[in-house]
Design a protein around this ligand. Structure first.
Ligand SMILES: Nc1ncnc2c1ncn2[C@@H]1O[C@H](COP(=O)(O)OP(=O)(O)OP(=O)(O)O)[C@@H](O)[C@H]1O
Length: 538
């Protein structure tokens, strides 16, 4: 959490006026380089060509990617035609349909009676609150989405909606504001992006005015999450009148501004950089009809709350869509004050970890944590790469990743808010394409990011709240696929003992004996079989 909050602190120092002027004139100029060799090297923090790594122009074209020259554009278009995906983006994996999906498939074409709707909601644990909540959709084809959007969803492997998409998309398409919670990895991103793309593209189609002012805005707490959300939005909006702008710290601001001025439908950004941009430049926000707060409980917490509210007040009563895997009453209260006639949607029990993640809590004294980690990483049975290790500080991430490489010989990289965006992008890319088996991360990768392929998370330093723990271990599973998590606990985490015990208990995980016997935990739960056995044996 600390890292997430610190994300914005250095934002004003990211671009000097000199660099800003230079990049604006280049972005606006006609001087498109013919070959990669004609282009200059990128300065630290500047966008890089996704093909050759030189200075990349962030301009609106068919690819929507940073490219340096016509030569690389040609290469990129060739690759995109092969995969339908941006270069560097992992290929979509067709995820297994759940039982619930088969249930829906059977009744796809039938309109539901109110009894059936209730039965469906009960079966899928869809809870709703609010006035005139629409029925869940049973298929993506049943809710009048633009044809190209449906085609793009099929390309991504989205055959059937997940429960949060069934109810969330239906509610969002009515234009009402909503507050929604569902497990990590359950498809919340598409749940808000599909209505965003649909409503924006439909609006542009039906509107003859030449104005290209932004229509929607997605705010998230970290740059990595913004990058992923924007990428996903581009894939969903391909071929539609739907352009996006990414507004995050660490990337040159003039380029972001230029792109918005060229005309975009969606802005995806972190609050800090967005406020910076809005304060320095005249950007018209009066057409914004949708505001999405992803990871809403984090966005409405101290640290982000004031910035988010500042942006919200600059808009004219947009539809607000708020999503997270974790909620609190305080968030519900704040959300209600931001939007009238709010619809509440929750799938399953909020604040619980994904059932697909098998949790293992190990009692380890702080001094022994490193050795314990090395033992795990050197065990073929216990280490299941690609893995992610969460630590509490930036320096801790650097030191631990070095120590892992030295001790185990394995390539491990660290990622945190102090690294440049160039480095962060490269690390993410090499991790996602499988070049690096292990990443040691702070909170910058704790929430929201979709680390396809990762099935193991090791929580080396317990985060400050149980909610962040739920998000962190959630990286080990997407769409209900099995994953495992290991967390190191000791007396230093005593503040979280009651919550941790609750979470472990609700997931059927074994609770370490030291935790069971701790005076910081009320002993009101029965011990599992394994624990009783160990007690007798000791
Ligand atoms: N209907 C669908 N069918 C198949 N795959 C899907 C569907 N919807 C989403 N996905 C895929 O499932 C994965 C998880 O989705 P997503 O990242 O949106 O989860 P999330 O609920 O936002 O998780 P988190 O809380 O961790 O951010 C992604 O790889 C996404 O592309």
């Amino acid at each position: 959490m600390g890292d997430v909050n610190r994300e914005n602190q250095g934002r004003t120092s990211m671009s000097t006026p000199l660099v800003d002027e230079l990049t604006v004139s280049e972005a606006a100029g006609d001087d498109v380089k013919k070959t990669s060799r004609d282009q200059r090297e990128a300065l630290p923090g500047e966008p890089i060509c996704v093909v050759c790594g030189r200075y990349g122009e962030y301009i609106c074209d068919q690819t929507d990617s940073d490219i340096c020259s016509l030569e690389c554009k040609q290469t990129l278009l060739g690759r995109a035609a092969d995969t339908h995906l941006p270069v560097g983006h992992p290929l979509p994996k067709r995820l297994a349909a759940t039982d619930e999906c088969f249930y829906v498939r059977d009744s796809e074409s039938l309109p539901l009676t109110s009894d059936q709707t209730e039965l469906l909601r009960r079966k899928l644990e869809i809870h709703v609150k609010g006035d005139s909540v629409p029925d869940p959709i049973l298929s993506f084809s049943s809710c009048d989405l633009p044809e190209k959007l449906q085609h793009n969803m099929q390309t991504l492997g989205y055959d059937m909606p997940t429960p949060i998409q069934m109810q969330g998309i239906a509610a969002a398409l009515t234009g009402k504001s909503l507050l929604a919670s569902a497990d990590t990895g359950s498809g919340k991103t598409a749940s808000f992006l599909v209505p965003v793309v649909s409503r924006c593209a439909t609006f542009r189609h039906g509107n003859l005015s030449k104005s290209k002012k932004p229509l929607a805005m997605v705010l998230t707490p970290t740059r990595e999450l913004c990058i992923q959300v924007e990428e996903q939005a581009k894939l969903l909006g391909k071929g539609l009148p739907f352009k996006t702008a990414l507004v995050i710290g660490g990337d040159a601001m003039p380029r972001q501004l230029y792109r918005i001025q060229q005309g975009v439908e969606l802005i995806v950004g972190t609050p800090g950089r967005l406020i910076d941009l809005l304060a320095k430049h005249d950007i018209e926000l009066d057409d914004i009809m949708i505001l999405v707060l992803d990871e809403v409980d984090c966005m409405l917490q101290k640290g982000f709350r004031d910035q988010v509210m500042q942006i919200f007040r600059a808009l004219s009563q947009p539809q607000v869509m708020m999503y997270s895997a974790t909620m609190s009453q305080e968030v519900e209260k704040m959300a209600s004050s931001m939007a009238k006639d709010l619809i509440f949607v929750s799938i399953g029990q909020p604040n619980r970890p994904s059932k697909a993640v098998k949790q293992l809590a190990i009692w380890v004294e702080s001094k022994q944590k490193k050795q314990k980690l090395f033992d795990i990483l050197m065990s073929k049975q216990h280490f299941l790469p690609p893995s992610i290790v969460y630590v509490g500080s930036r320096i801790g991430a650097d030191l631990l990743s070095n120590a892992i490489t030295v001790t185990t010989g394995m390539k491990a990289l660290s990622i945190h808010g102090e690294k440049s965006m160039k480095e962060r992008r490269e690390i993410m890319k090499s991790f996602l394409v499988g070049e690096v088996p292990l990443v040691v991360a702070t909170g910058v990768l704790g929430r929201g990011v979709d680390l396809l392929g990762v099935r193991q998370v090791i929580v080396f330093d317990m985060p400050n709240s149980i909610k962040e723990y739920v998000h962190q271990i959630g990286r080990a599973s997407r769409m209900g696929e099995d994953g495992t998590s290991i967390v190191f606990v000791n007396e230093e985490n005593r503040n979280l003992f009651p919550d941790l015990v609750e979470v472990l208990k609700s997931s059927g995980a074994v609770i370490p004996r030291e935790l069971v016997n701790s005076r910081y935990v009320k002993r009101s739960f029965p011990m599992g079989k394994g624990q009783r056995k160990r007690k007798h044996g000791s």
